[in-house]
Design a protein around this ligand. Structure first.
Ligand code: GUN
Ligand code: ZN
Length: 436
């Protein structure tokens, strides 16, 4: 029905392939005066406005933008909603940060109203930052994830989330058991997995906080529901890695702990992976597992420099993660900014088109969702952002003197943040409007 059709006219850019596979020139589509046509929440056409406007029925509503760029919604492959309120906590590296800030905050999620308010705050932050899909940790409390899904469903969001499994080396208020963790996760899978746009991830926090029995149960659950996701952390910090070796002396390394319990498959997303060995990279590729590159977090907690080229040489899938609250921004633009600097410190260049790929289609591929999201190809779910080149006085002058698309993108991802997101659309409906 033409009345359900809507079109958006602006400069449009989106990624269609990984630059490492097809080269920089062929990895994107760009329409300086473009038109994005949406019907019933899906992209039905994209291209040059002059050509496409002629094909539209008379009554189609057309929204026109000046000094704006439309691109696909950002994808955050690793974030913790319960850590929203402890972002920017001073002074510690991973293990002390968990003990001093994270665990005390996560205890507050035994209160459902606290969980509800924080989840709303979290979704508002995602929308104002143009993040349309995220892979999200809850807390150990089953309710924290139940509430999260309930609110995500109301907003029609495509979200992946899971209840944290944690049965040792944490405060007793934050521990489950191998059996209760299994049962709670199973109930959440049956209630929420594949409901509307929602997907479940079995979520052992990291090897140190799960007993071998719990990891075994997690593996059994994944075998029972093979299209469910698995999310965890790996090789973030040297002290953490030593601890894992002491706790699991029979395993050949950190990744082997997860591998041994059957937790690696094509829907496994492991955050950080800053200190992986060659053998571990190889094994990640063999199991088709993905790594979430979390530059703001890796810098903030002093964890180390992520070796993107090494992972890519082994053909490991990589997406971008903010890792809030260890990460310092909800903005994937700011995450790309820090990713660039992480690569500079290793004498490598991160091209802006590669960054855009990682924050959109690369993330979708890491999450096995590239048939549904990740770009604005015909048939995809219409989750997109409208970025404002004049969002701040500095952005205005800097983008006005930029000569190429690459330069504009680089400026946006270096200077941009939530102020740069003019509007965010979910399934073709406006979910955030900075002008209101
Ligand atoms: N490792 C285990 N838990 C966490 C967490 O909450 N954040 C980060 N960054 N690393 C972790
Ligand atoms: Zn994390």
């Amino acid at each position: 029905m033409a009345s359900q059709r809507k079109a958006y006219r602006a400069t449009i850019v989106h990624c269609v392939a990984d630059p490492k596979d097809v080269g920089l020139d062929n990895c994107y589509q760009f329409f300086e005066d473009g038109l994005l046509v949406i019907e019933n929440g899906y992209v039905i056409d994209i291209g040059d406005a002059q050509a496409l406007l002629k094909k539209q029925p008379k009554n189609v509503k057309i929204t026109e933008y000046n000094n704006k760029i439309i691109t696909s919604g950002f994808i955050d492959t690793h974030i913790h909603y319960p850590q929203t309120r402890i972002i920017a906590s001073y002074g510690d590296q991973l293990l002390d940060w968990l003990e001093n800030y994270t665990f005390p905050e996560e205890m507050r999620f035994s209160d459902p109203s606290y969980a509800r308010h924080t989840a709303e705050l979290f979704f508002d932050q995602l929308m104002r930052n143009g993040t349309t899909t995220a892979m999200v940790f809850g807390t150990v409390h089953k309710q924290s994830v139940d509430i999260f899904f309930e609110l995500a469903q109301k907003r029609h969001l495509r979200m992946i989330a899971g209840k944290v499994l944690m049965d040792r080396n944490a405060p007793t208020e934050l521990t489950d058991t191998a059996e209760s963790g299994y049962q709670d996760s199973k109930a959440l899978i049956e209630k929420w997995h594949n409901k509307d746009r929602l997907l479940y991830a079995i979520t052992p926090r990291f090897a140190p906080t799960s007993s071998p029995q719990q990891l075994e149960m997690a593996g059994k659950l994944l075998a029972k529901y093979p299209d469910v996701y698995m999310q965890t952390h790996i090789s973030e910090n040297p002290k953490e890695i030593e601890w894992v070796q002491a706790l699991f002396p029979d395993r050949s390394g950190y990744l082997d702990v997860y591998d041994h319990y059957g937790l690696l498959h094509n829907r496994s997303i492991l955050a950080h992976g800053v200190h992986l060995s060659d053998k571990e990279c190889q094994r990640l590729a063999e199991t088709d597992s993905a790594i979430a590159f979390c530059p703001t977090s890796n810098l903030f907690l002093g964890s180390g420099l992520f070796k993107l080229s090494k992972l890519e040489n082994y053909h490991v899938k990589v997406g971008m993660g903010t890792d809030v609250g260890a990460g310092t921004s909800f903005s994937l633009l700011q995450t790309m900014n820090e990713a660039y600097k992480v690569m500079q410190l290793q004498h490598e260049k991160l091209h802006p088109l590669k960054s855009l790929y990682l924050a959109t289609l690369g993330g979708a591929r890491a999450l096995q969702l590239d048939d549904k999201i990740g770009n604005l190809a015909v048939g995809k779910e219409a989750d997109f952002v409208v970025l404002d080149l004049h969002a701040t006085p500095l952005l205005k002058v800097r983008t006005e003197q930029a000569n190429t698309l690459e330069e504009i993108l680089f400026v946006l991802m270096t200077l941009g943040d939530d102020r740069t997101v003019y509007q965010t659309y979910i399934l073709g409906e406006k979910a955030f409007d900075s002008s209101l």
